[in-house]
Design a protein. Structure first.
Length: 191
């Protein structure tokens, strides 16, 4: 069952969420293998620096199961290597420098709402990859497949963790603002 805070968070970030979906335009990105590779590169360029920031902010006592987004980097790297990108080419990909400020536990929780939530969309994208480009998790689609059958349980665990930490109105406002800012920074990276 969704908490009141999770319902509020979803409602108050909906506009930013829809804007990033419109900006990325997944179906357009999945028209060719080349456009899909560019999409993977853009995701890598955002996740790599975000993960670095999250890993340096360990003093905020965030559950490592969520704050370490290393799996995203591993999955994106696997997919890019499948499409013949060398580790050197991946290392040299442009990285986003216009990132959200993650200077508190709540700002990190808001950012993680976006990162963890993006896995939910990966379920739909994984199906599109299979149908449009015949790409499976084992053939360049690992990132969007992400947690597979464990995704629902993982999202539920994160939602409960987030709700437990959104103790008062001030915490909730900061989490919502950070989630919206993360959506905005992610969207501007794709613009």
């Amino acid at each position: 069952m969704k908490s009141l805070f999770m319902k509020r968070l979803k409602a108050e970030t909906m506009q930013a969420h829809l804007l990033i979906e419109k900006t990325i335009n997944i179906k357009k990105q999945l028209q060719t293998i080349q456009s899909y590779i560019k999409l993977l590169e853009k995701f890598y360029g955002f996740y790599y620096p975000i993960n670095s920031i999250l890993n340096t902010n360990i003093s905020y006592s965030i559950n490592k199961n969520f704050s370490n987004q290393e799996k995203n980097i591993e999955w994106l790297t696997q997919d890019l290597i499948f499409f013949d990108k060398s580790k050197k080419e991946i290392f040299l990909l442009p990285l986003c420098t216009n990132l959200p400020l993650l200077n508190s536990k709540n700002s990190i929780l808001g950012c993680l709402y976006v990162l963890e939530g993006s896995h939910l969309g990966g379920t739909i994208i994984s199906k599109l990859l299979k149908n449009l480009l015949n790409i499976l998790p084992s053939s360049g689609g690992r990132y969007f497949y992400n947690y597979g059958n464990q995704l629902s349980a993982r999202w539920q665990e994160y939602a409960e963790y987030l709700t437990m930490n959104a103790l008062n109105t001030s915490d909730q406002e900061e989490i919502i603002n950070a989630a919206n800012l993360t959506f905005k920074k992610f969207q501007s990276w794709f613009d």
